[in-house]
Write a protein that binds this ligand. Structure first.
Ligand SMILES: [Zn+2]
Ligand SMILES: [Zn+2]
Length: 381
């Protein structure tokens, strides 16, 4: 039995504690109660096997439509899913980062808005240059096509990172049952939000919210990077990294190895390629360092802000965090879904976000009772 004064460092013990489903350690709770989410917008119940059967067009449609209609709801009992309606607040087509806004987007940071636009301008510029090179015969058409597809994927991930709620903690947030029963866990409040502050969350002054598992606020994305949008951010980094490597290899090969006449660019194109080479080198260095940064955070469970705090207080050696399971970043989809900027379906929304809400606890209780009464509906128990 653990006491608050003797936090365990035993990995398997801590792992076992975390593997316990929420509410399972509550003696009055039903034996298996899990929450599933779809779209990172609230908990949704789903039978994992059936949620995986959704077709690609359906998944893409859901990913696109939840950007603008996060409160589409289907609460009939025959559905595999239900959505949390943000504590039953009516949804409005408004933009912002507070609880009443329907579409998540940071509006109050001009620097972030400009920097996010610069990303689009630079990516568009590089894609146009590659297309022009292909049109003049300087590079193969297939290479330009590949580059354009990669750029489009990177920009789609950029949009999803910017418009996805990174894991804002609502005013009604409460600790999960597992957290309440964890003796060595100190629960805290945010003095600015006046609400429960989940472990590993931080208050972002730009978003003006507490963000679950916040890594950092990225001005290039004009958004925080947290539990809700880490997948999109990782994909953006990977696609941009591949783009920069592709262009650098292409230009390097052209410069050093291609002696044909077609490889000689026009004067204008030569200048464009020179600028793009510099941009690609910068993008390569920046995304490489960010990918290593994010990988370190995933493998150690210590995000950028936590790492800086621990280094400042010299407490890195005493860190007891576990690595973040990939299912808590990419959802429970099979690996080939991970490469598309679709919203992840988390295996357990509350555990990923680090908090629950009274409404969610109540609804899960009701769903469980429904599934007890009617075994053909709801969750498998
Ligand atoms: Zn806060
Ligand atoms: Zn932020």
């Amino acid at each position: 039995m653990m006491t608050p004064s003797s936090p365990t460092n035993d990995y398997s013990t801590r792992q076992r504690q975390r593997q316990d489903l929420p509410y399972r350690d509550d003696p009055n709770a039903p034996p298996r109660l899990e929450s599933y989410t779809f779209g990172g917008l609230g908990p949704l119940h789903a039978l994992p096997e059936k949620s995986k059967q959704l077709s690609l067009p359906k998944r893409l449609w859901n990913a696109a439509s939840t950007c603008c209609q996060p409160h589409l709801n289907n609460n009939d009992n025959t559905s595999y899913y239900y959505t949390d309606t943000f504590n039953d607040l009516p949804w409005t087509c408004s933009i912002g980062t507070s609880d009443e806004h329907g579409i998540w987007l940071n509006r109050y940071d001009p620097a972030g808005t400009i920097m996010a636009l610069i990303v689009w301008i630079l990516m568009g510029y590089s894609s146009l240059t590659m297309t022009w090179l292909a049109a003049t015969g300087g590079i193969p058409v297939s290479l330009a096509l590949l580059y354009t597809v990669l750029t489009a994927l990177a920009l789609a991930c950029h949009v999803k990172t910017s418009l996805t709620d990174p894991g804002a903690v609502p005013p009604s947030a409460v600790p999960t049952a597992a957290q309440r029963h964890q003796a060595d866990l100190k629960l805290s409040m945010c003095s600015q939000c006046q609400t429960f502050k989940p472990p590993h969350s931080h208050h972002c002054r730009i978003c003006n919210r507490c963000i679950s598992r916040m890594d950092h606020h990225c001005p290039w994305m004009n958004n925080c990077i947290g539990a809700g949008n880490l997948k999109h951010f990782v994909l953006f980094l990977v696609y941009t990294w591949i783009c920069s490597v592709t262009s650098l290899l292409t230009f390097g090969w052209n410069y050093f190895f291609c002696a044909e006449e077609a490889c000689v660019f026009t004067v204008v194109l030569t200048q464009l390629v020179r600028v793009m080479t510099l941009l690609s080198i910068g993008a390569f260095l920046f995304t490489s360092s960010m990918i290593m940064n994010v990988l370190y955070g995933i493998l150690t469970g210590i995000g950028t802000i936590d790492r800086l705090k621990k280094k400042a207080t010299n407490t890195m050696d005493t860190a007891v965090e576990d690595s973040i399971p990939l299912a808590h970043i990419f959802g429970q989809d099979p690996w080939y879904w991970w490469w598309l900027p679709t919203d992840p379906q988390f295996p357990d929304y509350d555990r990923v976000m680090g908090f629950s809400t009274p409404q969610r606890l109540l609804r899960e209780q009701m769903l469980w009772q429904q599934s007890e009464d009617s075994p053909s509906h709801g969750m498998s128990v």
